[in-house]
Write a protein that binds this ligand. Structure first.
Ligand code: ATP
Ligand code: MG
Length: 401
């Protein structure tokens, strides 16, 4: 792609690159909830459930279960976004967002519920006998003018499993009790990454839960993963400069067909196939895109992949090596101490240990002990080690093959 001003509109290459960064960053960082990929059934299921509460005043409870980064929050946010575009829902539905990491006990949670429902003034200095009484008061306060019906409330409990550790599970018990007894239209949506979450609930709490669960388990295979990769990098039709978008998309398409690219993705897929880590990889590659480099290229992705898989121990090793180098004026004059230090350090990191039976008189032999790093990472580290002693290099090339 050369420096140019397109004829049909006046976007310079710099402006196009700025747009690419804006669009793709928003996509990877999830500023704008788009529709999640490959979870249409779960999307519909959740949408129907919340709609039942918001429009028809039915109470519901449901758990969204899936590993970290599987898209639980994204699913909920995009469902809510679509629902909030409906006038009836927007005017009617109240939302309360709680998080087990923030509301660490039920007293704090109740305060937060009051705050989010904007009922602090109504509650004032009132003292309540119990949690249930307080919650009932709040829900009562939400009744419409004619007192005939109440406004539906959606309770979202992120990190749901943490609420199960609260004393007597009071909050869960009361919310699910309200949902089950249909006094007030409420929907309780819990998000958790614990598959065994129901085991954590007390019997009386469990019996009040509807046992509806929506699973997000990232069940796609490698072929779909490559499609997702391509889709995530593709510029939309609405991109301001049509020609730039076309060239960009063609480049992404040909990148996906490259064998080396497939290898990078396969490695990434094998270690973790969730969207969050894919987005991290893409974000790092995107950061290399500039006017002087107006395309995502294979080396960018390779470097990004290396950064993603880089091990903290290897980083410590690099820093340590730099430190030794700075302290040693001429590394060659100090070859012996440097070798020893390098080994000592690998030893400290529990990456190697001396072989049994080697004495001080014979040459020491080492073996790898903890391969939390794969051998390519160690080789990488050693290659970057300036003036790496030959002894260490020889050892590595024979021990790590
Ligand atoms: N199905 C999907 N389609 C598109 N993007 C997705 C999908 N699932 C997840 N993502 C992306 O992955 C990232 C992580 O998703 P999200 O925050 O929803 O995960 P989560 O399940 O809530 O994780 P956690 O348990 O850590 O809260 C988001 O940036 C989102 O854009
Ligand atoms: Mg989440």
């Amino acid at each position: 792609m050369s420096k140019r001003k397109s004829k049909e509109n006046s976007f310079s290459l710099g402006e196009c690159i700025a747009q690419v960064h804006m669009i793709l960053r928003a996509r990877f960082c999830h500023y704008i909830p788009g529709k999640p990929f490959g979870v249409e059934a779960q999307y519909k299921n959740l949408m129907d459930l919340i709609k039942q509460t918001a429009v028809h005043g039915e109470s519901n409870s449901v758990l969204i279960v899936g590993p970290r980064g599987a898209g639980k929050t994204m699913l909920l946010r995009s469902v809510l976004k679509e629902l909030m575009e409906m006038k009836q829902v927007k005017e009617n539905l109240l939302q309360v967002h709680l998080n087990g990491l923030l509301q660490t006990d039920d007293k704090i949670a109740l305060k937060e519920i009051t705050r989010q429902l904007q009922l602090e003034n109504v509650v004032g200095d009132k003292v309540f006998g119990s949690f249930a009484e307080n919650l009932a008061f709040l829900l009562e306060a939400l009744k419409k003018g004619n007192r005939s019906s109440s406004r539906p409330v959606l309770f979202i409990l992120d990190e749901f499993d943490l609420f199960a550790h609260h004393r007597n599970q009071t909050l869960l018990y009361n919310l699910l009790d309200v949902a089950q007894s249909a006094q007030t239209p409420v929907a309780v949506v819990g998000l958790t990454c614990r598959l065994d979450v129901l085991e954590l609930l007390e019997k009386r709490v469990k019996s009040r839960f509807s046992h509806r669960q929506i699973h997000l388990l990232n069940t796609f295979g490698f072929k779909e993963y490559v499609e997702i990769f391509q889709q995530q990098l593709t510029l939309p039709k609405e991109f301001p400069d049509g020609r730039f978008a076309q060239e960009w998309n063609q480049n992404i398409q040909s990148l996906c067909k490259d064998k080396a690219m497939e290898d990078i993705l396969q490695k990434h897929f094998n270690s973790s196939k969730d969207f969050r880590s894919l987005h991290m990889l893409l974000m790092l590659a995107l950061s290399q895109v500039a006017v002087s480099n107006p395309n995502i290229r294979l080396p960018d992705l390779l470097a990004a992949s290396r950064l993603c898989t880089m091990d903290s121990k290897a980083n410590v090793l690099h820093e340590f090596q730099k430190f030794i180098q700075r302290r040693t004026h001429s590394i060659h004059n100090f070859e012996k101490p440097v070798v020893l230090k390098a080994f000592e350090h690998l030893h400290q990191l529990e990456l190697i240990k001396p072989m049994d039976g080697t004495s001080t008189r014979t040459q020491k032999e080492y073996q790898l002990v903890k391969l939390l790093l794969d051998s390519s990472q160690i080789m990488d580290a050693l290659q970057k080690y300036p003036h790496c002693p030959t002894e260490v290099q020889l050892w590595a090339s024979s021990a790590l093959e």
